[in-house]
Design a protein around this ligand. Sequence first.
Ligand code: SF4
Length: 449
Amino acid sequence: MKITMIHPSIGKIPGQKYIRAWQMEPLPVAQIASLTPKDIDFIFWDDRMEEIPYDKPTDLMIISVETYTAKRAYQIAWEYKKRNVKVVMGGFHTTLCPDEVSQHADVILIGEAENVWENIILDFKNNKLKQKYYGTVCDFGNNIIPDRTVYEGKNYLKITLLESGRGCRFKCEFCSIHNFFKGEHNFRKIETVVKEIKQLKSKKRLYFFVDDNIVANQEYAIKLFTALIPLKINWVGQADITIARNTELMKLMVKSGCKGVLIGFESLSSENLKVMKKNILSGVEEIEKAIKLIHKMGLRIYATFLFGYDHDKLEDFDLVLKFCIRNKLFMVGFNHLTPFPGTQLYKRLEQENKLRYQKWWLNENYTYGQIPFASKIDPDIIENECRRIRRKFYGTKSLLYRMTNITNINSVVMFPMYLSINSLLRKDTLQRKKFPLGDLGFDDAGLEY
Ligand code: SF4
């Protein structure tokens, strides 16, 4: 029996290469490969970097759907359905929009695959597939270790993705994490994480813990970081700004090989942060103090900001840019606010009748980077301003100035990364402009979104 899994791209422009910064190893594929019984031939195609050979025979096609990749996933599914191959869809978007996804799939998987994948395969073998399967959430399965052999031969960015926990204790208005995980927060056994790292041969690589917040449960975090120390790895992860209040925890992070943290700052406006329900620290001064403490510990900061909330003013784009340069941040993400389905933000904007397109992710006029709702500042201005300040942040002057923060450059692993990431993200700024959702060259006659 053959199963083909596809990781869809966000979109494609015929003749153009895909955005390089978006080419990381897809962890869910390796997880599903590991859950699949070994007597099954598991084939994997990554739509971001290779052509999908639709005519290669397969018994079942599976695809994990995210909101940004939904349109492309439906196009790919269409090709397989034309060839009479049954299509199974899972992923975040499937759980949050099951009715929409089920129009494009024979089978949908709501929740996570770990405790239900084997049943789906058994039912398929016995010709008894159901239309819907429900997986539990925040369940890591029986000590599963992702099977990364599926990545062989594909040219991914040189960073290895790992996870130790799922879920988050916060409830930010724009985020779908707590809805997907139903407020649960769960962790892998630390022995399994350690075993996995030991199995990954190239210790010189940088590891990225994709946990939504690796310090959310400090008791677990302390145990995990302590267990990482003897492994002598270099890693980065996502955390929240409250780590600045815990010097001992930061010291332990550094000792365990942590080189930097991604922190969602989101806004410098306390009014915006209140609406987002993310007012963890109040005021620019307190945030700057926290940054200094984190830098002093030797941790680099990748800060993300969101633009499009009602209290944003035109001058705030430059204020945030200056803030990021002044504080000598390692990396930044200046993101446009996007109402993902299932979030409180989406519901609020729908109630306020502010959505410019219902289901923006399927609308033919929507492109990556757009604000799909009626924002106070003109949506086009937000899109252009995000792009402009991003180019400035990653520009040479800013790059050189941020190198005066010794933390950014004092590591043999992180210094080359500092240079390459800055250049990569500056280069692809224009490539992201008006980037389509779905493949522009796809003949979708007959396919209804
Ligand atoms: S944005 Fe980050 S902190 Fe907020 S709920 Fe989502 S994962 Fe948690």
